[in-house]
Design a protein around this ligand. Structure first.
Ligand SMILES: Cc1ncc(C[n+]2csc(CCOP(=O)(O)OP(=O)(O)O)c2C)c(N)n1
Length: 525
């Protein structure tokens, strides 16, 4: 592990960090650095193998690292500046944590001797990091950087994927040390116990109406194929958790429905269900509490069993369950046929947009879904499209869609990324468009410009707050002034078009999908 160019500078803690990251397979650095990180930047500069990508806000940096991890199945490193830089990135680390994405954060901090002076950027970095990280360590000196970095990478790579935050004091980065360590192997995902498999098998054999609730690696095509065999042989119903980091779906794959977001929809889907078997999933809950409504959508008395915890080998657990049930591989699998939706002409609506996406999206597309109220039928209208992945908003913290698409496009340069983006949420991290332009990323962004926080209007009523009046309206409307998304995109180097009817939208989408590079369509509804 030696750096690519030998400058006169001595080998420093920052070089050991960079080399340890590369040796651990971490090859992309999403960054927004400051003064305390300059020596790490210098080490990155000496290491051309590390791809450095600037995000113009830390929420872009962390959201992009999440998108990258979901598609690359390995961590990127983020570079963040002190406590405030990390704090700016926390919301999307929350989403990444819920997606169970592997990420290594490097947060620069003051040199250790400088902390006593309480300079303006001094803060409790560990305290800020802890709630959104599975592992936090402030490295003590240049001599400990490599070991700490190797542990951070191992943690991040531990199933199902974890957030590891390494705090790097400036003097640990700039002081001389010896070259980094070889990677520490991450433990394989745990095998589920024979008892858990036997319990699940017995529950299924009981003949009670059962749902197998899936997430994580259980939503990749091979595991879904196993789940389908179990379902077909036993009558168990397959469902995906409400929001999932990644689902492999489309023509030729096993179709799986998701638990709906609206509580009534979730209650309806579980009506009559007597038992739910969790495969890496959490027991279903209402997204929020509503006065007089239940917190769980499950019927009274519904039993919850766990076949596999999130850290377990989920495909292996499904294989073991299939074996325990004596489910063979014969018969005709229930596979999704290629079945594109018909286009819908006329006014531009969420459905006409989703139908056009389903009709036109290419094989291998990656859909990043932060469409919120405009995306309710998106899943249904893309079901029979060619094979693709869907990445969802996993932690309810809006502002991840554009960064997520950015990171996914870095991980998969040969695939088309389609960002389905509600306008209000898009404004949280619109700067991601600049990164897409600078890196030449192949992302088509569709802005659902309903010019409103539409979901909050519904929620206002659902929680029993009544009808919005003037002040509430002022908090839900995105008019006066209207946001000019095409101007915004162009100002950051992304070509864009505004459309107001379904046919023009389909034409624009089709053209955008045929070309390479970022393009934004502002769909005014
Ligand atoms: C970080 C964060 N801040 C605030 C919220 C509350 N919130 C939920 S949805 C929403 C507005 C969404 O509007 P938009 O993205 O335009 O989607 P629409 O409701 O119009 O479909 C807000 C502010 C949140 N979920 N996360």
């Amino acid at each position: 592990m030696t750096r690519a160019t030998s400058e006169h500078a001595p080998y420093a803690g920052a070089d050991a960090l960079c080399d340890t990251l590369l040796a651990g397979g971490v090859e992309v650095c999403f960054a927004n650095p400051g003064t305390s990180e300059m020596h790490f930047v210098a080490a990155l500069d000496r290491q051309p193998r590390m791809r450095c990508i600037l995000g113009l806000f830390e929420g872009v940096v962390t959201g992009a690292a999440d998108g990258y991890a979901r598609m690359a199945d390995k961590p990127a490193v983020t570079l963040l500046h002190c406590g405030p830089g990390l704090a700016n990135g926390l919301a999307n680390l929350h989403n990444a944590r819920r997606a169970r994405s592997p990420i290594v954060n490097v947060v620069g901090d003051h040199a250790i001797h400088h902390r006593a002076y309480d300079a303006p950027l001094t803060s409790d970095v560990e305290g800020l990091a802890r709630p959104m990280s599975h592992w936090v360590r402030s490295t003590a000196s240049a001599a400990t950087v490599a070991q700490d970095a190797a542990e951070a990478i191992r943690t991040a790579r531990t199933a199902p994927g974890k957030i590891a935050t390494l705090i790097l004091p400036a003097d640990a980065a700039w002081s001389e040390t010896s070259p980094g360590l070889p990677p520490l192997p991450a433990p394989p995902p745990a095998e589920v116990s024979a008892a858990m498999v036997a319990d699940a098998a017995a529950a299924i054999r009981s003949g009670r109406r059962t749902v197998l609730l899936l997430t994580g690696r259980a939503l990749r095509a091979p595991a879904l194929a196993t789940a389908e065999r179990i379902g077909r042989a036993t009558g168990v119903r397959l469902l995906a958790q409400q929001s999932n980091g990644r689902i492999e779906r489309g023509a030729g794959r096993v179709p799986v429905e998701r638990v709906p977001y609206p509580l009534d929809g979730a209650i309806a889907i579980f009506r009559d269900v007597e038992q739910v078997i969790l495969v890496g999933a959490a027991a279903p809950v209402a997204f929020f509490a509503y006065p007089g409504r239940p917190s769980s959508p499950l019927p009274d008395g519904c039993r919850i069993l766990t076949l596999a915890e999130p850290e377990d080998d989920l495909p292996g657990a499904l294989d073991a369950l299939a074996d325990a049930l004596g489910v063979g591989s014969g018969g005709q699998p229930l596979i999704q046929r290629l079945e594109r939706p018909a286009m819908i002409d006329g006014a531009l609506t969420p459905d006409s947009i989703a139908a056009a996406v389903g009709a036109l999206m290419p094989e291998g597309a990656i859909l990043c879904d932060e469409a919120l109220t405009s995306g309710r039928r998106l899943f249904e209208l893309t079901r029979g499209a060619p094979p693709h992945d869907v990445l969802a908003l996993t932690g309810g913290s809006i502002g991840i869609g554009l960064p997520l698409a950015t990171g996914a496009a870095v991980a998969c340069p040969d695939r088309k990324v389609i960002a389905l983006q509600a306008d209000g949420s898009g404004m949280y991290t619109a700067q991601a468009l600049w990164t897409q332009a600078r890196e030449g990323l192949d992302v088509v962004t569709i802005i659902f410009a309903n010019r409103s926080y539409a979901i909050l209007r519904n929620e206002y009523r659902s929680v029993g707050a009544g009808e919005p009046g003037r002040n509430a309206d002022r908090l839900f409307d995105l008019v006066e002034p209207v946001i000019d998304w095409t101007g915004l995109a162009r100002s950051m180097g992304v070509e864009a078009a505004r459309v107001e009817d379904a046919r023009t939208f389909a034409d624009r989408l089709s053209a955008a999908l045929r070309r390479k590079g970022p393009f934004l369509i502002e769909a005014v509804m």
